[in-house]
Design a protein around this ligand. Structure first.
Ligand code: C2E
Ligand code: CA
Ligand code: CA
Length: 749
């Protein structure tokens, strides 16, 4: 029965010679015990004491080694050794401890229980060794009666069993964590359900045979099969009611009803996954009846973990929805629209149109009527647009009051979009007339990025808002070129400001009769790195649109004031320094303080400064404008209306606003020889006189014009004939030269 050279397993009385072959099946059905002892009688005694015993439902299986070397060979092959009963002889105690070390470290058997048997009580290893090698028990052979030996084995096997259970839980938990990560990566609900099935069968180490069902309606029975495998594959997508009745269906229904895990008598298992009051899943998985891997605690962890995943997926899909949805008007948002345009344009879809529809004067309505009214207006416009379009056309809200439309040209006609609101809309009982403007682009044959197409349509929309309000305008390449050039100029201007490429020049203003220098107009210049100039007519509008003008304007004010201070110090200063102010600056609430600060810093008074504003200010809210201008004039600052006659059609503002001077635009002055221009110039001069305003003509290029202006009783002027705009350092010399010349030249009138 015992081998001299090789260990043999005796499985509860039956003997097998091939230990390796027995390794796997035996590990699940028996507790393996290795007896190491040089004395064959000890082996026989051990066997006779323990043979035929069954512990915790499993029989004991023994293997026998008669030497350390033999034991080592066996240990390397036995991964599921429950216990080693080891003889510690008097003379070789240290070599036996080597074997213990081998068990723990070389063979890597951490859970195997070790019991030492010795002939003499004095051969007990010290406490530290017992602890270090996790030695379970220590007995003298004399002590070990049959009953004591059995009791010792029971204790050791129980302890081994518990250690293995902890191990199994640990690796199951690790698997749960890993499978959670892979479940999170799944995309659609069906993929998730299928992955749940895969992961559960992997965790339980069973065949992937089962069903995953999700609730569809309110009713308890209203579940349907989202994923299935094995013999259940045919039920995918079916309602649970149509699944062939049987123990699986019973388990699933019970689990769905009780919202808990249900263990079937025949080995099946129904798991409930999901949080209370949220969408849940019930999973049936086929588990063999004698399956030992079902640790209920692990299953609870799995259930809780997968439930959290399911919950998070719900959150994710809601997040996804909110990332692509505009809740205010219940339409897709810009991100969704651009995504769809991308999809559409990627394939080069011609025959499609991308239109942007904007509500005219929306921000003014919002300001006057309040945000609630604005929101309701947006909602109503969204519904009108929606009603005018077939379902195949995509309608989205892209920004505050801009809607995007994408569809076939057969279904989307820009003109009709604008006409979708024919009558005033009734908003909270208030009738509100709505006008829309549309910019659109036809999708090209060649693939383009969606965002670029939206940009093109935006350019067309902006142009339409500026020049064709209430109408539609198709994008043309030229618009894009201009818009891109403006964008480029904007970024160049930003850099130019940082690199101090901007500076001021000053153009003298004379009294046309007495030739006295009355003022200087500060004018901005931009000299690029290569020495070329960008005309202010080009970069000032860009600065105004980008808001750069506010900072730039402040710099102009300060610089002009500091030049004025230098001229005063040199005794060559005129009465006033005129500074151009754009409407954007005037609207800045800090403007008044800024002007006062520039004056104060340079020790100037209000009368040293004139501000040139254009007729477009008349479009600003009257009360605000009057307040600002009055406050400035109260400081002694004078106000001139620049480019008079070119802008605003109504003249009523001239009476309303506190002004000092009108500047006749150079386009009328230059062509004084033409009767029409002459009439306008004369009219302006008369108007000024009547309103008690002084009049200054700009753009005087020759003496004839000068004389004609004097004849019209226009008091002041500036122009190349008098002087070119010049840099600050040239001013003192010019003023001195001018005074010398003036002494020689007779008065014009
Ligand atoms: P503006 O205020 O009407 O300035 C007068 C413009 O006429 C200046 O052009 C000046 O160089 C030009 N000019 C002067 N004399 C003559 C002449 O005899 N014949 C002709 N044909 N032109 C003459 P500039 O400097 O190119 O400025 C263009 C416009 O840029 C200005 O028109 C003004 O609206 C704006 N601008 C210039 N500097 C500033 C500034 O600092 N701030 C603001 N907001 N705008 C400015
Ligand atoms: Ca001016
Ligand atoms: Ca002007």
């Amino acid at each position: 029965m015992l081998s001299e050279t090789e260990g043999r397993w005796t499985d509860a009385g039956l003997t097998t010679l091939d230990a390796a072959r027995q390794d796997e099946p035996n590990s699940r059905t028996s507790w393996r015990i290795l007896v190491v002892d040089g004395d064959p009688d000890v082996h026989t005694a051990t066997l006779s004491a323990l043979e035929g015993q069954t512990l915790f439902g499993r029989p004991l299986a023994f293997t026998h080694a008669f030497s350390d070397d033999e034991a080592r060979l066996l240990l390397l092959r036995a991964h599921d050794l429950a216990m080693v009963i080891l003889d510690v002889g008097a003379e070789q105690a240290s070599s036996e401890l080597d074997l213990v070390d081998f068990i723990r470290h070389s063979a890597g058997l951490r859970n195997t229980r070790i019991v030492l048997r010795t002939g003499q009580p004095g051969q007990v290893p010290d406490l530290e060794t017992l602890l270090r090698y996790d030695i379970n028990d220590y007995r003298t052979k004399a002590e070990l009666t049959r009953d004591r030996l059995l009791a010792m084995v029971v204790t050791a096997i129980r302890s081994y069993k518990q250690l293995c259970a902890v191990d199994a839980s640990r690796s199951s938990l690790e698997l749960i964590v890993r499978s959670s990560a892979s479940l999170l990566e799944t995309k659609g609900d069906c993929e998730f359900a299928s992955a749940v099935l895969t992961q559960i069968s992997a965790l339980l180490k069973v065949e992937r045979e089962g069903m995953v069902c999700a609730q569809r309606g309110e009713s308890q029975r209203d579940y349907y099969v989202m994923a299935a495998s094995g013999k259940f594959s045919e039920f995918v997508d079916l309602p649970l009611d149509l699944v062939t009745p049987g123990p699986e269906l019973d388990l699933l229904l019970k689990s769905a009803e009780s919202k808990s895990n249900i263990y079937g008598k025949d080995g099946g298992l129904a798991l409930h996954i999901g949080h209370k009051d949220e969408q849940d899943l019930v999973v049936f998985i086929h588990v063999p009846r004698d399956h030992h891997g079902l640790d209920r605690q692990v299953l609870d962890v799995l259930r809780a973990n997968f439930g959290t995943l399911l919950h998070n997926r719900g959150l994710l899909s809601r997040l996804h929805e909110s990332a692509y949805h505009d809740p205010l008007v219940n339409l897709p948002n810009r991100a969704h629209f651009v995504h769809e345009v991308n999809e559409c344009a990627r394939h080069g879809t011609n025959g499609h149109i991308l239109a942007l529809v904007d509500i005219d004067d929306f921000s003014a309505t919002n300001d006057v009527m309040g945000h609630r009214f604005g929101d309701r207006l947006l909602e109503k416009v969204a519904r009108c647009l929606e009603a005018s379009l077939p379902p195949s056309v995509l309608l989205a809200r892209l920004g505050a009051d801009t809607f995007g439309v994408l569809g076939s040209v057969r279904h989307v006609q820009p003109r009709q979009l604008l006409e979708c609101i024919r009558h005033p809309l009734n908003i909270d009982g208030v009738p509100h007339k709505v006008s829309l403007t549309c910019g659109y682009v036809l999708l090209p044959e060649e693939p383009r990025a969606g965002a670029d197409l939206v940009k093109d349509a935006t350019i067309a929309l902006k142009r339409a808002k500026r020049d064709y309000r209430g109408q539609e305008l198709q994008y043309a390449d030229l618009m894009g070129t201009e818009a891109r050039a403006r964008a480029l100029l904007r970024s160049e201007l930003r850099e130019a400001i940082e690199n101090k490429q901007l500076f001021l020049v000053y153009q003298p203003q004379l009294n046309l009769c007495g030739h006295t220098l009355v003022g200087l107009e500060a004018l901005l210049r931009w000299r690029k790195g290569d020495g070329s100039f960008v005309p202010p007519d080009q970069f000032i509008p860009v600065a105004e649109h980008s808001g750069l003008i506010v900072g730039l304007g402040e710099w102009v004010l300060n610089t002009a004031c500091s030049t004025m201070r230098e001229l005063l110090n040199a005794g060559t200063a005129p009465q006033r320094m005129a500074v151009n102010v754009s409407t954007v600056q005037l609207q800045d609430p800090g403007f008044f303080d800024l002007v006062c600060a520039a004056l104060a810093t340079n020790g100037l008074q209000g009368l040293h400064m004139e501000l040139e504003i254009t007729e477009s200010v008349a479009a600003l809210p009257t009360q605000f404008l009057e307040q600002t201008l009055s406050a400035l004039r109260a400081q002694g600052i004078s106000i001139a209306i620049d480019d008079f006659g070119t802008g605003y059609s109504s003249l009523s503002y001239l009476e309303r606003l506190p002004l000092d001077r009108i500047k006749i635009d150079r386009s009328f002055v230059r062509q004084l020889s033409e009767p029409r221009s002459a009439r306008i110039a004369e009219m302006v001069a008369q108007l000024g006189r009547k309103l008690g305003l002084s009049v200054l003509a700009e753009g005087i290029e020759d003496a004839t014009v000068w004389n004609a202006l004097v004849g019209m009783d226009c008091q002041e002027g500036q122009g190349y004939h008098i002087a070119m705009p010049m840099e600050a350092h040239a001013l003192v010399a010019w003023v001195q030269r001018h005074m010398e010349r003036r002494a020689l030249v007779p008065k014009s009138c």
